[in-house]
Unconditional design. Structure first.
Lengths: 371, 310
């Protein structure tokens, strides 16, 4: 057993740009993916996640750096010799073949005896709950069923690593949610390393053991879903994963556990938790999740406590989303969970009402300002 | 409320003076006449250009030639009986072989060409397709004469080979079945390349990536994915080449000399030289039936590939 299922060592990929010059799609990426892990690459389109995946699959080769699969440098090994298989975004099922032929294709290429193929295809289709669909053509299946065929076709090869390129992108929301849980269950069952590419942060949080957040070809943060959400290491990650309020300011006082900043947005001193290295006088940004802000209807005493005015509210059942105006043109998003009794629903905040807001210090993250 | 009574449809049309225009009314109210009305231009076209001429040819084939090349209107089947003669059957067989070989060679030459164009950068494809069609801007006869210039005894090819010292005596190229085949393949190549290109171009790159991902080397991927997915184009191209090749008479006339007679020449000679229209009509019918039979047989075996063309 080697240490990592997949390792990207300082991998860079450049493409010739149509207007001349080069476009850097992947920029000095380092990544270590453990055996049996559900690893996601998450980022907006053009962040380099798909290119990274295609380099692991062997469809692209790095301009510089090295990709190591199962301890073996992949080099320029062509896709058909790599111990990885891909589930494509568009499924890429062979339209002229039946479901059986599609799933059997990979084994035929390995020259597996016909009788063994039959049994293994049957088992693979049972695993993705498609028994009895052997003789259908892909066009006769629903999107979700095609998705399962694509999965079975890749998994039947028993790859060391399964690569999934936004495999749920073509499905509707309800089906996507079901498939997320199913994929995760399937991954635990087969124990194969999954490398999953998505731009959907909720999808990544739901399924992944670890997530690499990417932007502009670079990996910004790698961590488990809780780390990524609760301890983002930069404004981009805090903004891309979930929702957040941002206040700019400068560092006033600093110790190892807390930092006091002066927020010029609010004209107020704010206490928070420092994430990353910073020095007094440095420009920083405070990030507070909307659901972690305390909202009161009367004045109180405490740190980071100030008055604000309700601009508008949206009742969405489970929460009420309140936008408040906190002076100096700052608008804060605050989500209040609906914990009130159903027989006596509380009269919610009205527009123009005065409220008091506390940015709970332990939930107020102070991040270095990006250039 | 009234809207609901009419299934939510606006009721504007109800106010037209429907009684005066009973045809329009029946078209509006009857799904069947709506359909007939919509396809009437196509029916009219087929009637004038296909059905009526075909009926005339069928009728003509049962008449007799008069002493001065005129048509005598007396029903008989003599023309068809005359066709069952080893001479004519041999011409038919030879035509089938030439048309079949033309089809095969256009596939062999056209496939790599179409593949190359389909895999070229997107902005170069229109130029390459344009080059395929460019010869059509010159008259067909002139292009055939160009081939005669190349192939004849003191032609370009022989002179070239002799100057190289590869041959000492000119090859007999022109006025052979090979020359006819060259001319036909040249003439029909674009009809194969264009449909092949269309179906090759539609194959998504991800299909080949998936094949490679699943362990298929490039040749296996071509054999199992590209080739089957391009069958619809190959079938369409084969029909476009085979059918006109069966009736072709200009190329064998000009490049085959007197030696090569295809069924197309036979028919043309009956109408224009022998002035035996009824016999020519009967030969046309035989050609039509044979072509239909082969086309149906071919598509029945291979399928039109319609499910792939969607």
């Amino acid at each position: 057993m080697t240490s990592y299922a997949v390792e990207l060592r300082d991998v860079t990929k450049q493409f010739p740009s149509p207007g001349g010059g080069e476009i850097t799609a992947v920029d000095h990426v380092q990544m270590q993916i453990n055996h049996g892990e559900f690893f996601s690459m998450l980022g907006p389109s053009g962040c380099g996640k798909t290119t990274s995946l295609r380099m692991i699959a062997g469809f692209e080769w790095p301009t510089s750096g090295e990709i190591i699969i199962n301890g073996m440098p992949a080099g320029h090994t062509p896709p058909f010799q790599r111990p990885v298989n891909t589930v494509f975004q568009s499924f890429a099922l062979f339209q002229h073949m039946t479901v059986f032929e599609n799933v059997a294709f990979g084994l035929e290429m390995e020259k597996v005896p016909k009788e063994d193929i039959k049994g293994r295809v049957k088992a693979a289709l049972a695993m993705v709950q498609l028994s009895g669909m052997e003789n259908r053509k892909p066009k006769q299946l629903s999107g979700g069923q095609q998705q399962r065929v694509a999965l079975a076709r890749a998994l039947i090869k028993r790859p060391a690593v399964l690569l999934l390129d936004e495999p749920l992108g073509a499905l509707d929301l309800k089906l996507r949610k079901d498939m997320q849980l199913e994929l995760k269950a399937l991954q635990m069952q087969v124990g194969i390393t999954f490398v999953y590419v998505t731009h959907d942060q909720e999808e990544a949080l739901t399924m992944s053991d670890r997530i690499a957040v990417m932007d502009k070809g670079k990996v910004l943060q790698i961590g488990n879903p809780i780390e990524i959400y609760e301890r983002p290491n930069c404004r981009f990650v805090a903004d891309f994963i979930g929702d957040s309020n941002f206040l700019t300011g400068t560092v006033r006082e600093l110790d190892s556990k807390s930092v006091k900043i002066y927020s010029n947005d609010l004209d107020l001193e704010i206490l928070g938790i420092p994430l990353g290295d910073m020095i007094v006088g440095q420009s920083v940004v405070a990030s507070i999740r909307p659901e972690k802000i305390r909202l009161e209807d009367r004045p109180g005493v405490g740190l980071n406590f100030f008055q604000a005015k309700v601009i508008n509210t949206a009742y969405i059942g489970s929460d009420t989303r309140v936008n408040v105006h906190a002076g100096m043109g700052v608008v804060l998003k605050i989500w209040e969970q609906n914990r009130f009794s159903t027989i006596d629903p509380k009269a919610y905040y009205k527009n123009g009402e005065d409220v008091w807001v506390q940015l709970v210090p332990e939930n107020t993250l102070i991040l270095p300002q990006e250039n | 409320m009234s809207n609901l009574e009419h299934g939510g449809q606006p009721v504007v049309g109800m106010h037209l003076p429907t009684k005066k225009f009973s045809i329009l009314r029946s078209i509006r109210e009857n799904k069947r006449s709506q359909g007939l009305f919509l396809i009437s231009p196509a029916i009219l076209y087929l009637l004038v250009f296909l059905i009526i001429p075909s009926i005339l040819v069928i009728l003509l084939s049962f008449m007799t030639r008069g002493p001065y090349g005129n048509v005598v209107y007396r029903f008989n089947v003599d023309n068809y009986l005359r066709l069952i003669d080893s001479l004519y059957l041999r011409i038919l067989w030879f035509s089938l072989v030439v048309a079949g070989m033309t089809t095969v060679f256009t596939i062999l030459i056209g496939y790599p060409l179409a593949y190359y164009i389909a895999r070229s950068p997107v902005n170069q494809r229109p130029i390459l397709l344009f080059l395929i069609l460019l010869p059509f801007w010159t008259n067909f006869i002139i292009r055939i004469y160009a081939w005669i210039m190349i192939l004849r005894t003191e032609g370009l090819l022989n002179t070239f080979l002799q100057n190289l010292g590869l041959i000492h005596f000119p090859l007999d190229l022109l006025y052979t079945p090979t020359a006819v085949l060259i001319g036909m393949v040249y003439e029909f190549l674009p009809f194969m390349v264009l449909p092949l290109y269309t179906s090759l171009e539609k194959i998504e790159l991800s299909q080949l990536e998936a094949a490679a991902d699943l362990g298929a080397r490039p040749f296996r991927a071509f054999w199992r994915i590209t080739l089957p997915l391009s069958f619809p184009g190959m079938i369409a191209g084969s029909i476009l080449v085979f059918i006109p090749a069966m009736g072709m008479f200009v190329v064998p006339d000009l490049m085959g000399g007197a030696k090569t007679i295809l069924v197309g020449n036979l028919i043309r000679n009956q109408f224009l030289v022998a002035r035996d229209w009824p016999f020519g009509a009967a030969a046309s019918m035989l050609l039509l039936i044979l072509t239909l039979f082969f086309t149906l047989f071919y598509t029945r075996r291979a399928g039109f590939g319609e499910e792939l063309l969607v």
